[in-house]
Structure formats: C-alpha cells, structure tokens
Design a protein around this ligand. Structure first.
Ligand code: SAM
Length: 240
C-alpha cells in the first residue's frame, strides 16, 4: 500500500544532497533570503544540478549502473515501489562509489522509493527531465488490471509535464500487447512524437536498455523478442 510512502510536498522540499552528496554546494545566503518569510525549505542542502534522467520501476538497477559511468556528469535516478529493492539499489550505489574512490564514478546515481503513478510531480519540476526510461513495466495482462499500467493518457500527461522539450521517453517490453498499448498512448498525446527506427539504432541508450536491464537479459536468455519504442517531447505550441 502507499500509506507508508514518504514524498516531498513539492520538488523544492526534496533533500537531494542525501542521494548525491558529491554534488552538494555551499549555500549562498543573500539579503533577500533574510527578508524571505518562507522558511519552509531553508534547511535543505542544495545540489549543483537537477536530476536529468529517471528510470521508472528500475528494479535492481541494471540500467542505472550501466548508464552512470557513460554519463558521469548527469544525475540519474531510479524510482522503485518495492522497499527492499530500493534499498538494494541504494546500497549498491554506495558500494560502487567506495570501490571507485577518487574517480568519482557512480556519485551520479541513486534510487528513491516511490509510486510513480501518483507522485511524479512531487519530485520533479516542469521540464526537468531529459530522459525517462520505462523498461519492462509490469504488463498487467487482464483488461480490468490495465489501469495499473504505468502508461495511460493521464500518466502520459504527467511524463510530458516533467520532461524537457526535445527529451525522450524510452520504452521496452517483451509483451507485444503492452508495447502496442504504450505506443498508442504516447502517439495519441499531442506533446509527443515517435522517434524513427533509424534514429533509435544510433542512440546508445537504446542499446544499453536492451542489454543491461535485468529483464532484458532474461528475455535474451529465453530468445524472446524485445519491442522498443521511443517518443520525443515536443515544444509546447505558443499561446494563441
Ligand atoms: N526496469 C527493470 C528491468 O527492466 O529489469 C525492472 C522491471 S520489473 C518487471 C518492474 C518493476 O517496476 C518492479 O521492480 C516493480 O516493483 C516496479 N514498479 C511497478 N509499479 C511501480 C510503480 N507504480 N512505481 C514504481 N515502481 C513500480
């Protein structure tokens, strides 16, 4: 259940420094701060940049730990609903940071426990994310369970809200019905356009998603098919 899920009231209330301590910056106190009556977020340590990549339903973090050294200056976050799995990913990030010491590798990757069907805009501001990964989401085969799928018209709007125009939503699954469902929902959404297959072949993230996710490896062992579809966040049309 979601009753024990903790989430910030808004993105500014989230203390990211606990997740990315190497990116913490000294707080600049300006004279306007002293006059500011809103002290709600004053104890939060600031970090030098925002999370730009989110892996939704990251599981044990295979994709996160493959991407982290490939883009060491980008903050990458997994969101996972299972407590023990979230803790596993957090501990693995700490262990890899320790093992890699001075190189600074893996300082840019972390994981939070969240139900992304509900609280995405509590964590991310409008236009913040450059890439969202939806890798092998739970298929929820039965029609009456479709509402539990992490892609829907409403959720496509939430993904559009937190994404930067020009950014990509990457999807992969071995379930053809779910693949068609995800493609259909993003295609129908005015904020997204489908990325061509040609472009996908040139995108390193697509290859990583196929080979480095735990589920991707499992499907590989079973000689299954992996369906990939990627959507680009369009610019919002100008106000009339
Ligand atoms: N992405 C990983 C991969 O490709 O190997 C894991 C895929 S696994 C089939 C689906 C994951 O999504 C599970 O770890 C599950 O706990 C998580 N999940 C399901 N619903 C979720 C939700 N609403 N919010 C966050 N995580 C969720």
């Amino acid at each position: 259940s979601d009753h024990d899920l903790t989430y910030p009231s808004c993105p500014a209330a989230m203390d990211w420094s606990q997740h990315f301590p190497a990116f913490t910056v000294a707080k600049a106190v300006s004279s306007t701060d002293a006059l500011d009556n809103d002290h709600e977020h004053e104890n939060i340590q600031q970090i030098s940049q925002q999370v730009a990549v989110a892996d939704i339903g990251c599981g044990f973090g295979g994709l996160l730990f493959a991407l982290a050294p490939k883009m060491p200056k980008t903050l990458i976050l997994g969101l996972e609903i299972r407590t023990s799995v979230t803790e596993f990913v957090q501990e693995k990030a700490k262990a890899l940071r320790n093992q890699n010491g001075d190189s600074g590798l893996y300082q840019n990757v972390s994981c939070i426990r969240a139900n992304t069907m509900k609280f995405l805009p509590n964590f991310f501001t409008k236009g913040q994310l450059e890439k969202i990964f939806l890798c092998f989401p739970d298929p929820h085969f039965k029609a009456r369970k479709h509402k539990a799928r992490i892609v829907s018209t409403t959720l496509a709007s939430e993904y559009a809200y937190v994404m930067k125009p020009g950014g990509n939503v990457y999807t992969i699954t071995d379930v053809e019905d779910l693949h068609l469902w995800m493609a259909e929902h993003f295609e129908a959404h005015p904020s997204f356009e489908r990325v061509s297959d040609e472009e996908l072949e040139r995108d390193e993230c697509v290859q990583t998603m196929r080979t480095e996710t735990e589920e991707g490896k499992k499907v590989e062992r079973n000689n299954g098919t992996k369906y990939v579809v990627v959507f680009r966040r369009l610019e919002d049309p100008p106000w009339p």
